[in-house]
Write a protein that binds this ligand. Structure first.
Ligand code: GLN
Length: 245
């Protein structure tokens, strides 16, 4: 009996020392984002703010972690999550089958559409008119994929949605395909621009997590469910969306 007890003690100590094969628990939640996407993520001074930043802050709080935001190119986010450099990708990111091959997604937290921005008076009046046109997009986004699928299109890829919008203003391209809320922000800031009534698609945003990290997905889903139920999520969205929209 004594022998067994001491064996158990030795094992328990070994287990503690090796933390039972578990990685040391991190105290931070590292969020990869591209802070060029108002109202979801953008800079206010040197701070990244927006709907996603606030959601991440609330989720981190529920998880008892400190949020750390890492700003990068949109098309680097999945790689950052895959490599473990970042814990989550939160960037108005649409859930797509293709992305699901590389990352897991949490439950969705928003619906979005891809819209078309043109200069007022443009001959482009509907998605059909985009055939053979020069279309600006943000590199690696779903808008990029749609634009590339349009017959005869020439796709100009930008790191920032804002740059694509500047390009349409300078008549270098015919239109921009981008998510609706950022589109509204860009168009509001410029009288010469408009958004076409006909939208492209309906999409869902979710948080990307390293493939196979079921534990984190479950924890985040629980936190998201709490935020939805308590009305906190609606409050965050309302904070960043002006009442007239
Ligand atoms: N929702 C789009 C996508 O996932 C664009 C996201 C973004 O530019 N931040 O591709």
């Amino acid at each position: 009996m004594k022998k067994i007890i001491s064996m158990v003690l030795i094992l328990a100590t070994a287990c503690m020392l090796a933390a039972c094969g578990k990685k040391e628990e991190s105290t931070t939640l590292k969020m990869a984002t591209n802070a060029e996407f108002p109202p979801y993520e953008y800079y206010e001074g040197d701070k990244v703010v927006g709907i996603d930043a606030d959601i991440a802050e609330a989720v981190a709080k529920e998880l008892g972690l400190k949020l750390e935001i890492e700003d990068m190119a949109f098309d680097s986010i999945i790689a950052a999550v895959t490599s473990g450099k970042s814990d989550i990708g939160l960037a108005g990111m649409t859930v797509t089958e293709d992305r699901k091959k590389n990352v897991d997604f949490t439950d969705t937290y928003a619906t979005a559409t891809q819209v078309i921005i043109v200069k007022k008076g443009s001959p482009v009046a509907s998605p059909d008119d985009l055939k053979g046109k020069k279309i600006g997009v943000q590199l690696g986004t779903t808008g990029d994929i749609y634009a590339a699928d349009i017959e005869g299109s020439q796709v100009e890829r930008f790191n920032k949605g804002f740059e694509a919008v500047q390009s349409v203003l300078q008549d270098k391209i015919d239109a921009v395909i981008i998510d609706q809320l950022p589109a509204q922000e860009f168009v509001e800031a410029n009288d010469d621009l408009m958004i076409l009534d006909e939208a492209f698609t309906k999409e869902e945003y979710a948080i990307a997590v390293k493939k196979g990290n079921k534990e984190l997905v479950e924890k985040i889903n629980k936190a998201l469910a709490n935020l939805k139920e308590s009305g906190e999520l609606d409050k965050i969205v309302a904070k960043y969306i002006k009442a007239d929209e």
